[in-house]
Design a protein around this ligand. Structure first.
Ligand SMILES: Cc1cc2nc3c(=O)[nH]c(=O)nc-3n(C[C@H](O)[C@H](O)[C@H](O)COP(=O)(O)OP(=O)(O)OC[C@H]3O[C@@H](n4cnc5c(N)ncnc54)[C@H](O)[C@@H]3O)c2cc1C
Length: 420
């Protein structure tokens, strides 16, 4: 049975934020800052604060993305696109940049739009958030897992796993993504439904596929199609010792997260290594090459700028004699090379979690949360922030932006409610 009950002192309103990650800290700090009369507590189940911020972006923390157009930004979210379109009107990338800058953390933009602290260290972000939480008197309870939240008469009674109970006026759930549906049970008890969690942002395994011998090779621009679900993406691809990775694969894993989980990550794809061509136009190009570089050996002359080991691999795969010259290429062999270049079919057997930026798709259903306030539509004064909601994005700083945005909106709503 629970030990003692910490009850409300009735002069001060009290907010409990569940989870000491990016979203939880942003909510707690801003709520305490915007309403200095509010008592704010963070309950974190582990012995670490901001653990994902620490490891994020390879230890550099990709804080946000240099997108300044809400529509363009919201298109990076396979789940929650319409929802974030509304929340970004309240707190967007520009607000994140200013928020950190006002606290002497300058962000820099890389060529691909990803934004990192000038220091290139996630510790800068952690130090800033910890300093702010201290400045505004946020109380932090470590090793404190919330087991149950009971709501009665506009008061929440929150039970911690280790026995203690606490009574609060507002609860913000910022507990992050959970890999298993059953881990959401304590939230379902509050009347909320969840979209079943599935992993997103993973690479594709192809055990035993001979192409994996080319591990380490990057191809700047390929088109990859997933068979059966009409999903295709274009971009850089990396061949690894276990299969395929790189931005194009990660984007497919995010957009196809649900369907790929349904087929237990067993599916087939085709790769067009020369996306500027289709089979027809590549055939025409081959006719011209047979004429232009007739005397050259096919294997030695790679006219498409593909990495030479990859070009040799494609020629080798078709079993063409390595002495064959462009002029002597039979139509049958030509068609086989073209097929390999435009529609290289791979069987995918399993996935590997992308260690740089893994997220869980799924979580609290968005039709049960008001995007203007982040308040539950089922239970007044219950708020949500971050990955616990059914919002997730591709890599690039978008997941943190959602954490900052939802954390801020929840904080602002709670601060106003508490003073009203
Ligand atoms: C390795 C890695 C790198 C990443 N890099 C980037 C990046 O560079 N840019 C980007 O945009 N995104 C990145 N992401 C994704 C990003 O980290 C997450 O989307 C983001 O951290 C979500 O923040 P959150 O606060 O919602 O959840 P979390 O950071 O997961 O925090 C939730 C916290 O709640 C606690 N908790 C859970 N249940 C309870 C409970 N019952 N009681 C008390 N506490 C509880 C957890 O212990 C945890 O500390 C990365 C993810 C990973 C795994």
């Amino acid at each position: 049975m629970p030990g003692f009950v910490t009850s409300i002192s009735y002069m001060k309103k009290r907010l409990l934020v569940i989870g000491g990650g990016a979203a939880g800290f942003f909510c707690a700090i801003n709520a305490a800052r915007l309403n200095r009369g509010l008592e704010v507590i963070i309950a974190e189940k582990s012995n670490k604060l901001l653990a994902k911020v620490k490891v994020s972006g390879g230890g550099r923390c990709n804080v946000t993305h240099a997108y300044f157009d809400i529509n363009a930004m919201s298109r990076q979210y396979p789940r929650g696109s319409n929802f974030v379109k509304r929340t970004f009107h309240r707190f967007f990338t520009t607000d994140t940049i200013s928020w950190f800058e006002e606290r002497e953390v300058r962000l820099k933009t890389e060529k691909d739009g990803r934004m990192f602290p000038d220091s290139d260290s996630s510790q800068t972000i952690i130090n800033c958030l910890l300093k702010e939480s201290e400045k505004y008197g946020v109380e932090i309870k470590m090793n404190t897992e919330v087991k149950k939240v009971n709501a009665h008469d506009s008061i929440f009674n929150v039970q911690f796993l280790k026995g203690e109970n606490i009574e609060v006026d507002y609860v913000c759930i910022a507990s992050g993504g959970y890999p298993k549906s059953s881990m959401f049970d304590w939230l379902k008890e509050l009347g909320h439904d969840i979209a079943d969690p599935v992993p997103s942002l993973f690479t594709f395994n192809m055990p035993g596929n001979p192409i994996t011998k080319l591990m380490g090779i990057t191809v700047g621009n390929v088109k990859v199609k997933i068979h059966g679900i009409k999903l295709e993406e274009q971009g850089p691809l990396l061949i690894t010792h276990w299969g395929l990775s790189g931005p194009v694969i990660l984007r497919l894993s995010a957009w196809g997260a649900k369907e790929l989980a349904t087929c237990n990550w067993q599916f087939s794809i085709s790769v067009n290594w020369l996306p500027e061509f289709n089979e027809q136009s590549l055939r025409e190009k081959f006719q011209q090459l047979r004429f232009d570089i007739a005397a050259q050996k096919l294997v030695n002359k790679n006219p498409f700028g593909l990495p030479s080991r990859l070009w040799e691999f494609h020629i080798g795969q078709t079993g063409i004699n390595t002495d064959t010259r462009w002029a002597d290429l039979s139509i049958k062999d030509q068609n086989r090379v073209i097929k390999n270049l435009c529609e290289f079919v791979c069987l995918i057997k399993g996935k590997t979690t992308f260690k740089e930026e893994f997220v869980t798709a799924g979580g609290i259903r968005l039709d049960e949360i008001d995007p203007q306030t982040m308040m539950s539509k089922k239970l007044p004064n219950l708020f949500f922030a971050g990955e616990v909601m059914n919002v997730d994005a591709i890599t690039g700083g978008y997941n943190f932006q959602h954490a900052w945005t939802s954390g801020f909106i929840a904080a602002d709503s709670i601060a106003k409610k508490a003073s009203g």
